[in-house]
Ligand binder design. Structure first.
Ligand code: GCB
Length: 601
């Protein structure tokens, strides 16, 4: 278990969190000579780049944008003398896809996986009251044993190139905030919460993990800072009278303050802002606080001009404003866990989130979403690389749930995107992944995975694992697009009839449907890629959704246009956005604003 590094860094009486964001030294390592040449002690060259950001779109040179291999970052950080006696660590929001961290020339940690936080504990390596050198070696190569999956090609000129098995640009680097943190030696490692309601009150069962045996206290404060409940012990029950439940566009948060006490002496203190709500599936309904909700919103990406996948507070704010304007209530963190600040914002804004782990590309193809439509099978889960991939996948599921389990906004876990499911060999793999999520989540939230076009009622071997079915469907785009759209609608209905006939008694959510649209293209009558066709396509899909009572949500693909690898199917990126990459509305956005504003299924 790597629990303690998942707590979001906060300042309290006995904890410190200092931002290390800013301009860092940077260097690509084409010939992989950095280690030999001693770059762990400091980088040659004057180049500086911002952290957090993806490095790819900052330069004007194509070799930099496409760079695949090792890149190095360096900064100096001052460690205050008064921190001596505490644990000291550098906390990375993420390093994509893997990293080794060196502090004052010594390796502090090595981490695999590009979308979750990790700590380099440096208590005994740093010099106090002095500047310390932090060097990070980041590698962004894709392969089939780490998630997401892909390949690294070597071109005839010797340069490497990323070939993702997925449809988003392989942005990488230090893309999220980095902080220097200090916390007590005996400390709080984890907090888990489970909610129930009794009349007007909430009953909150809590568990606190600490590294010692001193007394633990928990106090709960409402939004006016009035204490509303308290309890002692590592495990217990808190009763919050007249609870203000967290809900859609009603992001009411309580402050939970946890302390470790030695008599009157404070050993550790941590707090979190918590929304109290329940989520469950009942028959074909998704219930929030016991009431049926219909999910309206998007599959998103962390993606914007210049900073790529880098966390940018302005972009986050704009995205939430656009989602509220259009009357959305939900988004999926396709196709990886997002930066922690985004979940905090969703908690505050009362926005529902389906949290997805980066298990995308588990289908051996560079264009899986295309080839799958043709019914192609690849026997992905029969490869001998699968045990290693599974190990990594399970670790990421555990880390994601550990990081995000206390967010009210997270209503479900998406454990894979568009894996191959038509081969029996997938079944034992799925079994383990779904069991891991169940075991890791104290709230036992619904689990799902996003199903590719060829995972159909008659051939999908894995849908039974999902508490609600998540369908990615492109009838009328990849299949039977344009004037054939009437046949697309008939085929779409035929598939849904076949799901209905299975009497699954579970909700179905459309986690993807969409049509590429050039915002500059208008054409009457419509052609594919025009704004008019996007609307016709969406209206067709909605006619279908509205005819089946077990449909519990529609998350259109995508919130905004986003960058992908270049190719003949992508015009400088995927254009299925309802907003442009600059977050301006396409015509379809006004249509959604009306549909979602009025919809109460
Ligand atoms: C999918 C994938 C998504 C793609 C999308 C598309 O099925 O899950 O990553 O971007 O289709 O636009 O083709």
């Amino acid at each position: 278990m790597r629990t303690c590094q998942m707590l979001y860094p906060r300042d309290t009486v006995v904890r410190r969190a200092v931002s290390m964001d800013g301009m860092w030294k940077f260097r690509t390592d084409q010939r992989q000579e950095g280690l030999e040449k001693g770059w762990t002690k400091g980088l040659p060259g004057p180049d500086l780049i911002p952290v957090p950001a993806s490095f790819q779109d900052l330069y004007t040179d194509k070799d930099m944008r496409e760079f695949t291999g090792d890149v190095w970052y360096e900064t100096d950080v001052f460690v205050p003398g008064e921190w001596e006696g505490k644990e000291v660590a550098v906390r990375f929001g993420c390093a994509t896809h893997r990293a080794k961290v060196y502090v004052n020339g010594k390796e502090a940690v090595s981490h695999e996986g590009g979308f979750l936080p990790f700590l380099a504990v440096v208590t005994d390596t740093v010099q106090y009251n002095a500047y310390n050198k932090v060097v990070v070696l980041v590698n962004n190569e894709l392969n089939v044993t780490s998630i997401p999956c892909g390949e690294t090609k070597v071109l005839s000129n010797g340069k490497k190139m990323s070939s993702p098995y997925f449809d988003f640009f392989n942005y990488s680097g230090l893309q999220r905030p980095v902080r220097l943190i200090a916390y007590p030696k005996e400390h709080i490692e984890d907090l888990s919460l489970v909610y129930g309601f009794e009349g007007e009150d909430a009953v909150v069962h809590y568990t606190v993990e600490t590294t010692g045996e001193h007394l633990v206290t928990v106090d709960v404060f409402d939004a006016l800072s009035e204490k509303v409940a308290s309890c002692t012990g590592k495990e217990g029950e808190l009763r919050i009278p007249h609870v203000h439940k967290w809900g859609i566009r009603d992001g009411y948060l309580y402050r939970f303050v946890i302390r470790i006490m030695d008599g009157d002496t404070l050993i550790d203190e941590y707090y979190d802002e918590i929304g109290i709500r329940t989520v469950e599936i009942k028959g074909t309904d998704i219930l929030l606080n016991g009431e049926k909700v219909y999910l309206k919103g998007f599959g998103k990406h962390e993606d914007s001009d210049i900073v790529g996948r880098g966390f940018h507070m302005g972009v986050m704010k704009r995205d939430f404003e656009c989602m509220k304007w259009i009357n959305a209530n939900c988004f999926r963190t396709s196709h990886y866990p997002y930066s922690e600040e985004i979940y905090q914002m969703a908690d505050r804004e009362g926005m529902l989130v389906i949290d997805e782990v980066a298990a995308v590309g588990l289908f051996k193809s560079l264009m899986n979403f295309m080839e799958a439509s043709t019914g192609k099978k690849t026997a992905f889960f029969r490869e001998d690389t699968i045990p290693q991939l599974l190990e990594e996948h399970l670790q990421c599921v555990e880390d994601m749930i550990c990081r995000d389990k206390n967010h009210a906004c997270v209503i479900a876990w998406s454990l894979l995107n568009e894996p191959e499911t038509t081969d029996e060999a997938a079944v034992p793999y799925f079994e383990k992944v779904f069991a891991k999520a169940w075991e890791a989540d104290p709230q036992k939230r619904p689990r799902t995975f996003a199903m590719i076009m060829n995972s159909l009622p008659h051939n999908c071997k894995c849908y039974q694992f999902s508490d609600f079915l998540s369908l990615n469907r492109y009838y009328g785009w990849y299949l039977m697009g344009g004037y054939e759209i009437t046949d697309a609608e008939a085929a779409f209905r035929k598939e849904l009839d076949a799901w209905e006939a299975k009497k699954l008694d579970r909700p179905v959510v459309f986690t993807e449907y969409g049509a590429d649209t050039n915002p500059a293209e208008h054409k009457l009558p419509s052609v594919m890629w025009s704004q008019e066709y996007q609307l016709e396509y969406l209206e067709m899909c909605h006619r279908v959704f509205d005819s089946y009572p077990f449909v519990a949500g529609e998350l259109v693909w995508n919130f905004a246009d986003f960058q992908t690898t270049e190719g003949i199917l992508r015009m400088n990126g995927n254009k299925k956005g309802i907003f442009t990459r600059q977050r301006q509305p396409k015509q379809a956005a006004y249509y959604y604003r009306e549909r979602w504003g009025g919809k109460s299924r």
